[in-house]
Ligand binder design. Sequence first.
Ligand code: BG6
Length: 502
Amino acid sequence: MQSCTANTREALSPCTLVIFGASGDLTARKLIPALHGLFCTDSQPRPFQIVGCARTPLNTEAFRDLLLEALTNRGPEPPAGWQKFAQHLAYIPVQYDDAQAFTELAASLRQMDRDHQTQGNRIFYLATPPSLYPVIAAQLGRAGLAAEKTGGNGWVRIVVEKPFGRDLASALELDQVLHQSFHEHQIFRIDHYLAKETVQNILMLRFANTIFEPLWNRGYIDYIGIMAAEQLGVEHRAGYYEQTGILRDMFQNHMQQLLALTAMEPPSLFEAERVRDEKAKCSRSLKPLDRATLAEHLVIGQYGSGAIDGRRVAGYRDEPGVALASRTPTFAMLRLFVDNWRWRDVPFYLISGKRLARKETKIVVQFKRVPHSMFRDMLAERIPANRLTLGIYPDEEIDITFQTKTPGPRVCLRPVRMDFKYNQNDKAPALDAYAKVLLDVIQGDHMLFWRQDGVELAWSFLTPILEECEACGDRAQQLHPYPAGSWGPEAAQEWMRLILNN
Ligand code: BG6
């Protein structure tokens, strides 16, 4: 028997989605495939229009062709139902610094509302470089496009992609600009990790079962590892990555969210504000790292050349667009503590890196060893402790290891695994992460989005660490090289083994 929240298909009001940065990579790689997927499964709102906006001078036909080409590249077959889907796509070129262009955009959107009965409901999706977020938000405000009508229809929402600033000060600045035109309830700060089924399941596992939560604390847990390892390098994103590095790209957002879901207290209700309140409480409990001893808690590294699947690949500094002497870290391992009653002294190891041995995302909950080994006279080795693994990628599974007796006359213990695979009982394809967040924006559901206090708390913790990492001269944090295709720098191997070993 399944227990589900109410089906929200009916709650999808008609709307227009306006994508800024529509000629860019994110639109072609993530947004359009997700939207096309929604159309193919008839999960989109009705009516629904998609308006691409960018500086590139294109017309609607050329825009549709560009997207078709991008979608076709993803597989051998032309995408199903493309002709019908394309009817919902339009393109309007916009120079972001041109106030008149936004006034004209407002007029075009009003006309579309009349033509397509989209009822004035609008989503503005910022898929542009982050430096343009404040510019576009201000232009939308000036053109009257941020204002909502009261009651029912006429809602307006803005979707912001990470990074939300590059440190605490710039995050506050961005927030101030957004709030000059938009209210907090209109702002959706995306973290696509939260839309992953397996990530959403963390709260279900913890709080819809009684057997885990009594053990989920310092009394039983030895340490927790959270790993997001990638095999890909920086690819064509050097311009962005040189400014960002692994700490801003993965730790400020995805890793902190995984940590919060693993360590937070149960909210009284599965509802956006209460869940985000608990996450914020958890972030507030992070023990600040002492700058003087930071090297004991943090290893940063950068990949050199190496081999991935038997193929030679370039080192980070040889990637196109990367500075020859770049000190941008592509790997980090951070040991931190959640300083509260539940977690005091339990280390959390957060690990993420590019060009590692394989792509693997998981959370490892390592339990303590048994307090007393009654088998000590018979068994030479110490009994390995239980481990619960929440696999996020590629194995979408939960598994637990425990000891059993090996069948036979002798007393021998052997570790066994009991696992659950997400797709084993359910044939329904999982919803793409971007499709999920887009549907949530259409429904106005903030559960899977960052709230501003969470952003600020994440930056408050990370900014002093970044300052240390980016300090010059003697104070500079050591940047450890590692070969592409390995499990990271030598200096991280001791901790790495804790997470990788089963
Ligand atoms: C993005 C980062 O947010 O997440 C990328 O900018 C990273 O650098 C990606 O590759 C990883 O996401 P996923 O879903 O592939 O684990």
